[in-house]
Design a protein around this ligand. Structure first.
Ligand SMILES: C[S@@+](CC[C@H](N)C(=O)[O-])C[C@H]1O[C@@H](n2cnc3c(N)ncnc32)[C@H](O)[C@@H]1O
Length: 913
């Protein structure tokens, strides 16, 4: 069950008549407990309660008590030995009038009227296995409203299927935005009197719902007609009480879809929610799902948490504003200057969804302005920050509608909080008619006209907030000379996931600049457009992005272009999980990267420590791998340097599977032709290996001859021209990079990102490595110590990048470039011992495979300890102690890399790294 479903279930329970016997089971069922589980509890089999209540192990101990005994009963539940023994997470008592509950892990307690307990449903979500961030627990209203609106939306589309068509989707979305506004307005006195909207519709519309749409239409018409024009317009008397809202919200097509009885009843239910509690920070993102067929399954769950948004906005400009506020103290002139500066700041999110980045930026700026006004003794002052300075582009229609609405609601709520209701209401209506959120494709639109940098006068003033042409924001800012901050979390989309249109978007941006744009993630388009924009006006742009644009093959494609434009990375936040729910921890790992025309100011890299706290480190430059250090881009080096063993690709069979045998096929071959044994190599997986001098002998074995012929045909008929000549020597691999005399190390080309170490393997003499892996043949053992280290893994993850989420290994990019300090004989001896220890620890677990041994949760202690010793030994060689974290590891590696490449270039000027 998701949070919306749980909310609905417990709301129904709170609203229905109280049944003291059934309540515990209905409560547990609302959190997803199955009938069979409940049956067991009812029968007493699994009920561990010692107080006559219901106790579900590892979950909850709850009891229905006599009237007035709720608090005492909660105390009994808390002190009951059974509660402790069964490790209950929650206790709950109720008499049907009141309800009290405690989360035993946090000590948090709720006490409320029984019928209101569904307002606290977020408190109970852990009962359904949903571990929430604080914010979602406090968003009961938004989740409730999302669920209800979704039902209404689906019901209306059922009754009015044409409104679901592509042509009418906009009308439908617009209608929903109008409703949300009206619900909010009637609960906040923007309309004249509470319940005016829902109440009027309830009174005036027939119970059979036949004229509901007409009543709503008439109210919308009133809200679109100025008071002076109303007599001529013939507005019905009962609708005349609604204020003139303008802002385009009610102009244009005021048609309303027809309501069935059910839709009418949903509608009245929604109207009776407490809309003052709406939280525009997250409401928009939740509500997006209402109009999105694909996202509806995760209703209410897809939103970006405020702390994550602040990770972008604080370093982007809010920290600076707060610092300036601090510096200004009570100095009225400095405060005034700061206020003027703030009023001119443009915030632009070119993938704004329902506007959460813009809303948060607006709220935070208003908080700073309110503090200025307070210090200047001007608390009633109207804000100088126009919401039209918060610009966005959004591809989808509904979120774009909601983004504007969210900003309007935020403006009202903030006025209410800082200036009081009278002032808030006085300035609220009519709404501003300007159109400042553009619906369209940000990679095709001209950002300079969507978010024009100077005050060039209004180009077009829409009289319709929502119905005006939305493919371009046509108004200018009242902020000549202001700063622009671009922000957002655009779609990341790796190259394999992009649609044809999305590829074309990238092509249009990158084609004239680089040939290799096809490997770029979609988000790269936003960085490039931001860099282009930044050439015209003072701008800092910070986007949430996947790490992959700062790793591996995308780095040499994207970043030289950004740097050549004069931009540099001005701050960055290294990898962190972008997830809202702890139970959805699989969420993407992201980074935040901010670019601006280069300046000499310190550049800060933020990163999350093991304990969850954030550290900030300032340096002179941040390179494309998000590490402090010179602006270098690691390129391929074709030969392994002399200070390490040669690493080559595994051998390429190009055989259609004919060289290989499993143990069953091997047994059959040997029993039929025992002389075939000398042509077989391998353990577990077997391979036919024929030296040139033995072709004839091998060919006399029928099964081997059959296989050789098959390979000849396969190669001769290959579509790849470079394969066909290899049909002349079908007895051997197409490409042979090496065969071991004594031993071989094998390193898979792709490895799970969950592993803490790269699983380098050791193969016995005469081993072959196929081309799914790299190989070091007959290499000294200390090479293995390097590859098995944390340091090497960090380097590989950074410079080789990933294949989807897995580590991608490369000899030319990862091994040949790996910076190694000069190793003494003693160092090599120590490392050899460490590698030996790792091998011995593995052997102790025979027959466990490498895959078993390196599962992070099951890695044996002795093997982990051997790796730790290896890391300790190696890191001491680098810096005389352990590195504190990966950031430090990378900084050192890049420092050595820079030295290594400049030396190489000095000695061999033609070498290009
Ligand atoms: C990851 S969401 C972020 C939205 C919002 N900030 C949030 O956290 O919910 C990315 C948004 O970009 C929009 N989008 C996708 N492609 C776009 C494009 N080419 N132009 C403009 N917006 C686009 C999507 O519809 C989506 O709303």
């Amino acid at each position: 069950m998701n949070a919306v479903e749980i909310e609905e279930a417990i709301s129904n329970l709170a609203e229905s008549s109280f049944d003291s016997l059934e309540f515990p089971f209905l409560f547990l069922s609302a959190f997803g407990n199955k009938e069979t589980t409940l049956k067991q509890l009812r029968s007493g089999n699994s009920n561990k309660s010692d107080l006559g209540g219901i106790l579900q192990r590892n979950n909850i101990h709850l009891k229905v008590c006599d009237i007035g005994e709720v608090t005492n009963t909660l105390l009994e539940l808390r002190t009951s030995p059974a509660t402790v023994k069964a490790k209950a997470k929650f206790i709950l008592s109720t008499d049907g009038v009141e309800l009290e509950a405690e989360d035993l892990s946090t000590g948090e307690v709720i006490a409320c009227d029984f019928e209101k307990f569904s307002d606290h449903f977020g408190f109970f979500l852990p009962l359904a296995g949903i571990t929430t961030v604080k914010q979602i627990r406090e968003s009961a209203f938004d989740i409730k409203a999302t669920g209800r609106l979704n039902r209404l939306y689906v019901e209306l589309l059922k009754d009015n299927p044409d409104w679901g068509s592509a042509e009418r989707r906009h009308d439908m979305n617009h209608f929903m935005a109008r409703l949300i506004f009206c619900f909010f307005a009637e609960d906040t006195d923007i309309f004249n009197g509470a319940d005016q909207f829902t109440g009027t519709i309830e009174r005036m519309s027939e119970r059979d719902s036949s004229n509901t749409h007409e009543i709503i239409e008439e109210i919308f018409r009133a809200m679109n007609t100025k008071p002076a024009d109303r007599p001529d317009a013939g507005i019905a008397r009962w609708a005349n009480v609604f204020p003139y809202v303008n802002g385009g919200l009610f102009s244009g097509n005021t048609e309303v879809p027809k309501f069935s009885r059910i839709a009418r009843s949903y509608f009245l239910h929604i109207g009776n929610l407490e809309w003052t509690k709406i939280n525009p920070d997250i409401f928009g993102s939740m509500i997006q799902a209402v109009a999105d067929d694909e996202e509806r399954g995760a209703l209410g769950m897809h939103y970006t948490s405020v702390p994550n948004i602040l990770k972008v906005l604080n370093p982007l400009f809010l920290d600076d504003l707060r610092e300036k506020l601090e510096e200004a103290g009570d100095n009225p002139r400095k405060l005034l200057n700061l206020r003027n500066r703030i009023a001119k700041i443009r915030v632009f999110d070119p993938a704004c969804g329902s506007g959460n980045f813009l809303v948060i930026a607006y709220k935070e700026m208003r908080a700073i302005e309110a503090e200025i006004n307070q210090r200047r003794d001007e608390i009633d002052r109207r804000t100088d920050i126009p919401i039209t300075n918060f610009r966005g582009i959004e591809l989808r229609d509904f979120p774009a509608e909601i983004a504007r609405l969210a900003l309007i609601i935020a403006e009202y709520q903030i006025d209410l909080a800082y200036r009081g209701q009278k002032e808030a209401l006085a300035d609220f209506l009519p709404l501003d008619a300007q159109n400042w959120i553009t619906c369209g494709n940000a990679l095709r639109l001209d950002w300079l006209s969507t978010c024009p940098p100077t005050g060039m006068g209004v180009k077009f003033l829409a009289d319709d907030l929502f119905m005006s042409p939305v493919d371009q924001a046509e108004i200018d800012f009242e902020n000549e000379g202001g700063e622009t901050y671009i922000c957002g979390n655009p779609p990341y989309l790796g190259s394999t996931w992009q649609s044809k249109e999305q590829k074309e978007d990238l092509q249009r941006i990158f084609e004239g600049r680089t040939k290799t744009w096809k490997s770029l993630d979609y988000v790269a388009g936003w960085f490039m457009k931001a860099a282009d924009y930044g050439l015209h006006t003072p701008t800092v742009s910070a986007f949430v992005s996947t790490n992959s644009i700062c790793q591996g093959e995308q780095v040499p494609v994207l970043w030289p272009l950004i740097f050549e434009s004069g931009h540099g990375i001005v701050f960055a936040h290294t990898s962190f999980k972008w997830s809202n729910l702890a139970s959805h921890n699989a969420g993407v790992t992201v980074a935040i990267i901010a670019i601006a025309l280069s300046s000499s100011d310190g550049k800060c890299v933020y990163s999350i420590r093991g304990d969850g706290s954030t550290i900030a480190k300032t340096g002179e430059t941040i390179n494309a791998y998000l590490v402090h250090g010179p602006q270098i881009i690691v390129g391929k080096v074709s030969r392994s340097p002399k200070d390490r063993a040669l690493m080559v690709w595994g051998n390429k069979p190009t055989d259609d599977g004919n060289f290989f045998l499993d143990s069953e096929k091997l047994r059959a071959l040997i029993s039929e032709s025992p002389q075939a044994a000398r042509f077989i190599r391998g353990i577990q997986r077997y391979c036919i290996w024929i030296d040139d001098a033995e072709v004839e002998a091998a060919g006399s074995i029928p099964e081997i001859a059959r296989r050789i012929n098959a390979i000849r045909d396969f190669r001769a008929n290959s579509k790849a021209a470079e394969t066909r000549p290899a049909s002349a020597f079908p007895h051997r691999f197409r490409q042979i990079q090496g065969v071991s005399e004594r031993s071989a190390f094998i390193i898979p080309r792709v490895s799970s990102e969950r592993r803490e170490y790269l699983p380098i393997g050791l193969l016995p003499e005469k081993s072959l490595v196929a081309d799914s892996a790299f190989a070091l043949y007959d290499a000294p053992l200390w090479n293995m110590a390097l590859i098995a280290s944390k340091l090497h893994l960090v380097w590989i993850a950074t410079v080789c990048g990933k294949l989807e989420t897995r580590y991608r290994y490369s000899n030319t990019l990862g091994w040949n470039t790996f910076p190694i300090p000069k190793l003494t004989e003693k160092n090599k001896e120590d490392l050899t011992r460490c590698a030996d220890d790792i091998l011995l620890a593995r052997e102790a677990h025979f027959p466990a495979t490498i895959a078993d041994l390196y599962k992070p949760e099951d890695m044996p202690d002795d093997l982990r300890a051997a790796h730790e010793r290896n890391d300790e030994t190696l890191e001491r060689i680098y810096i005389g102690r352990r590195f504190r974290n990966d950031t430090e590891r990378l900084e050192k590696l890049f420092e050595l890399y820079t030295k290594m490449t400049t030396q190489d270039i000095k000695h061999n000027p033609r070498m290009k790294a």
